[in-house]
Write a protein that binds this ligand. Structure first.
Ligand code: TMP
Length: 195
């Protein structure tokens, strides 16, 4: 495989962004062309989604989906150019946060995700799992969604684990309380096998 689409998922404070950044650098060291990106992606939508305080769950869902539709176009272009794309959160986050977390209809969220992505799925998703209290305590600042109550984040954690169990070929679940270096080693071994 020349290029691959890889995502990082998990609750707040799981260390996704640190590992996504590290992986992009590691790939560049190996002269593998890659694009490190994240969602929500479009800066103005990101601001509304993470800072706007007056959004209903349905409105939030539609904005995440709109953001994903735009972002997926760029991801497809990067993949077509032979780049490996590393994305910090993607469609799973909407399914889990807006579906399992907010309680919106899961089948409906899946359908909207399919509409936004045109069926594009990562070849591998690293799910960084850890107790909610540990994750939240690692965060210095919480965005609008991160500031939700503990029970919300617990539903999110459980949702991620349920989805990972149902898609064992795509998900690799990692214990995010392990030392960074140990996580990096597991991920690197796996990425090498993918590429
Ligand atoms: P982050 O940049 O720290 O990952 O913050 C993104 C926040 O947005 C995080 O609280 C998860 C949330 N989120 C959703 O609720 N649905 C989504 O589809 C995405 C991409 C993120």
């Amino acid at each position: 495989m020349n290029s691959a689409f890889i995502t990082f998922e998990g609750i707040e404070g799981a260390g996704k962004s640190t590992l996504a950044r590290w992986l992009a650098q590691r790939l560049q060291q190996e002269r593998i062309d890659c694009w490190l990106t994240w969602e929500p992606w479009e800066p103005r939508l990101r601001e509304v989604l993470l800072e706007h305080s007056d959004l209903r769950s349905e409105e939030e869902l539609l904005l995440f989906i709109a953001d994903r539709a735009i972002h997926t176009r760029h991801i497809r272009n990067a993949l077509a150019e032979g780049k490996t794309v590393i994305c910090d959160r993607y469609a799973d986050s909407t399914l889990i946060y807006q579906g399992y977390g907010r309680g919106l209809d899961i089948a409906w969220v899946r359908q909207l995700n399919r509409f936004a992505t045109g069926g594009l799925e990562p070849v591998r998703t690293y799910l960084l799992d850890l107790p909610v209290e540990v994750g939240l305590s690692r965060q210095q600042e919480l965005n609008r969604i991160g500031a939700e109550e503990l029970a919300f984040h617990q539903r999110v954690r459980e949702g991620f684990l349920t989805e990972a169990e149902q898609n064992p070929r795509r998900f690799l679940v990692l214990d995010a309380t392990r030392p960074l270096q140990a996580l990096q080693e597991v991920i690197w071994q796996d990425v090498r096998s993918l590429l």
